[in-house]
Design a protein. Structure first.
Length: 95
């Protein structure tokens, strides 16, 4: 039996609802709400009746999931770790 891998190419304009983001990232809605409360992710600004998230949020949720799964980091710790990683990337980009 052969393993088959599929991939989806996403552009920067793609948007996900909360439920879709949960499904794509394989996390619970409650956990995503924790990340929202900690400021790890933010919905796309605009007058909407339902939260919508962009590719940046998808990347951050996947990174947060790895921190939680691999290192056992809780939501506040994830927020701090991602903030520090963002600052590091910013500083490296300025060099």
């Amino acid at each position: 039996m052969r393993n088959v891998m599929t991939a989806v190419v996403l552009d920067d304009d793609h948007r996900w609802t909360l439920g879709q983001l949960c499904e794509v990232c394989q996390v619970s809605e409650a956990w995503l709400i924790e990340l929202l409360d900690e400021g790890v992710i933010e919905p796309v600004p605009g007058p909407r009746t339902e939260w919508v998230f962009d590719i940046t949020c998808l990347r951050r949720v996947r990174r947060a999931r790895r921190l939680h799964r691999d290192l056992g980091v809780n939501a506040p710790g994830i927020a701090l770790a991602l903030q520090l990683l963002d600052e590091l990337e910013h500083l490296r980009g300025r060099r």
